[in-house]
Design a protein. Structure first.
Length: 89
């Protein structure tokens, strides 16, 4: 355990930031699973809405620094491919 006051504050802050980062990554994974399910079921309108939410969440996570920008771009591209593939079939 840290002895210096600023170290103690830093430990608390880093734990809070870690939980916020996990919240974003977990939400992104949840939207992705939901999108996959909607594409498989053929519900185009709901899939579009979920895709918009997913892209918005990814952009917010990138802006905050929870997700690296290349990772965000990779996931948005993967989601767009999934959505486009579902429309084609």
């Amino acid at each position: 355990m840290a002895n210096i006051h600023s170290q103690k504050k830093r430990i608390l802050r880093s734990e809070r930031e870690r939980l916020e980062n996990r919240l974003y990554t977990s939400t992104i994974k949840t939207y992705f699973r939901r999108l996959e399910g909607l594409v498989e079921s053929g519900d185009g309108a709901a899939a579009e809405a979920t895709h918009r939410e997913l892209v918005s969440t990814i952009d917010k996570a990138v802006k905050r620094g929870s997700v690296h920008r290349n990772t965000g771009a990779h996931r948005k591209s993967r989601a767009a491919r999934l959505l486009a593939g579902g429309k084609a079939s």
